[in-house]
Design a binder for this molecule. Structure first.
Ligand code: 5GP
Length: 189
């Protein structure tokens, strides 16, 4: 039987990466799809092949033309894309896999694969999100402003997702995602 594809989205600074990492540690049999991007690696945070595959714009465009991406999108002025080979390999060997992608990418994948399970992570409030984004400080001021503006846009798409999780207390959000995966595994048994 094919594995299940999970899509995890949410605005920058909502803590979706942390929620996902912790949930994946507790969930056997589910992989993480490492995306390609043209953005610069964040020193001390990013690891090539673990957080992203960092590509030049030229190489990224070559891969678009070759049809290597299941989806790709321009997010905060950089290109991001999901490797089709990683996803297909997982699903065809019966393993579940999760994509951490933006709302544009999620819509493209859901259209192609309606059976995908989509999860949106929301902050407890918009003010809290802006505070978290500023505190993170891994980007310059301009980049932060852009992310806050994009966050508003992203939040307006929450209703298009199968599930919405509020990330107030991280461990609660982790448990919620684990519950969603377990429920789906029960349903397709
Ligand atoms: P960051 O640069 O902060 O790691 O990610 C910025 C945004 O890009 C996040 O919303 C993240 O979910 C999204 N993103 C990461 N990888 C992909 C991808 O492969 N495709 C799309 N469409 N968005 C992605």
């Amino acid at each position: 039987m094919r594995g299940t594809l999970y899509i995890f989205s949410g605005p920058a600074g909502v803590g979706k990466g942390t929620v996902l990492q912790r949930a994946l540690k507790k969930l056997p049999g589910i992989g993480y799809s490492v995306s390609c991007t043209t953005r610069e690696p964040r020193p001390g945070l990013d690891v090539e092949g673990e957080t992203y595959y960092f590509l030049s714009e030229e190489e990224f465009r070559r891969r678009i033309a070759a049809g290597d991406f299941l989806e790709y999108a321009n997010v905060h002025g950089h290109l991001y894309g999901t490797r089709r080979d990683i996803v297909e390999e997982a699903l065809s060997t019966g393993r579940d896999i999760v994509l951490e992608i933006d709302v544009q990418g999620a819509a493209i994948v859901k259209e192609k694969m309606p059976e995908a399970v989509t999860v949106f992570v929301k902050p407890p409030s918009f003010g809290e999100l802006a505070r978290r984004l500023k505190k993170r400080g891994s980007e310059g001021c301009e980049e932060q402003e852009l992310r806050i503006k994009n966050a508003k846009e992203e939040l307006s798409h929450a209703g298009e997702y199968d599930y919405v999780i509020v990330n107030d207390i991280v461990e609660d959000a982790v448990s919620e995602f684990i519950k969603i995966v377990k429920k789906h595994r029960e349903e397709i048994k």
